[in-house]
Design a binder for this molecule. Sequence first.
Ligand SMILES: NC(=O)c1ccc[n+]([C@@H]2O[C@H](COP(=O)([O-])OP(=O)(O)OC[C@H]3O[C@@H](n4cnc5c(N)ncnc54)[C@H](O)[C@@H]3O)[C@@H](O)[C@H]2O)c1
Length: 322
Amino acid sequence: MNEKKVVVLGGGVLGTQIGLVCAYHGYDVTFWLRSESSIGRTTPKIERYSALMLEDLQKAKALIGNPMGAFYYPRGMISNWNEATAESIDALLENGRKYFKENVHIELDPKKAVEDAYIVIESMSEDPKAKIEVYEKFKDLLDEDTILVTNSSTLLPSMFASYTGRPEKYLSMHFANTIWKNNTAEIMGHEGTNKKYYDEAVAFAASIGMVPLQLHKEQPGYILNSMLVPFLSAAQGLWANGVSDPETIDLTWKLATSAPAGPFAILDIVGLETAYNINQMKPQSQVEGTIENKIGKLLKEKIDKGETGVNAGKGFYDYTKK
Ligand SMILES: NC(=O)c1ccc[n+]([C@@H]2O[C@H](COP(=O)([O-])OP(=O)(O)OC[C@H]3O[C@@H](n4cnc5c(N)ncnc54)[C@H](O)[C@@H]3O)[C@@H](O)[C@H]2O)c1
């Protein structure tokens, strides 16, 4: 067992970010991908996200001494912000460049990929069938003590534990998009997860610059989405019911709570397609005249106009304006 070896299954948006953050913190990272064509899709992501991470680190130098700096620096990349200097960030930049170059590997062969791994992080598409297939493929290839975690946002570890061949060493470790800045790791076991491995997962998350947020039992949506989804639904309900408009709803939230963003600005970041998909999963959204149905129609109108959020340049707000 190599305590420095991390394997990421899946080289998508989150998988790439997770692997790079581990490499940045000195782990030796192997991405297991299923085909040559996956390599063609993952390599540009590795390049893009490593450049973004280094760019954010570089920009952090200008935030030193600025009282707002504590809100904007890449929290997953700098552990002691209060003592950071331009020189200490330069040293981190140099290490980061070196580690991205030396510590990141891609492997197609499943056996070679996971050999000696300390931890395997599954971050494949949110498709239960694909996840089960992969767990079954790997179950006899992992070392006795390898910990296996899933980054699934909506699926519970108890759904998969029996396919992993190591239920006691299997749990969820849920990251947020742009993890080098939004450095949360929600750690959630299932009933059969052994505390020893749960605690190891917590320590591992901290060692890659995350703040481990511990759940004591299974909860669909973890902590964050259990709060965020109803909050965003309530805001959309006020809008769809004609009670108020997105700007006023956001302003109310920001003024009253000192929060930097209101629900509609958050929806623009999440993306309106995701909000629409969540809405469509509610049975009431299919019943004419319900508030969920109205929300679905309004979101669909915006999506059809291409107003899907920050990534599209326009959502509830216009991001093309300077
Ligand atoms: N995108 C987010 O904001 C976000 C945030 C937190 C957690 N997650 C979770 O992370 C996981 C991955 O999400 P993502 O956004 O990176 O998805 P993505 O679509 O960007 O990437 C999915 C990856 O899985 C690979 N894959 C799919 N089926 C496979 C199979 N059968 N065998 C091998 N590889 C396969 C794809 O090639 C791709 O590399 C999901 O479980 C998701 O719920 C996503």
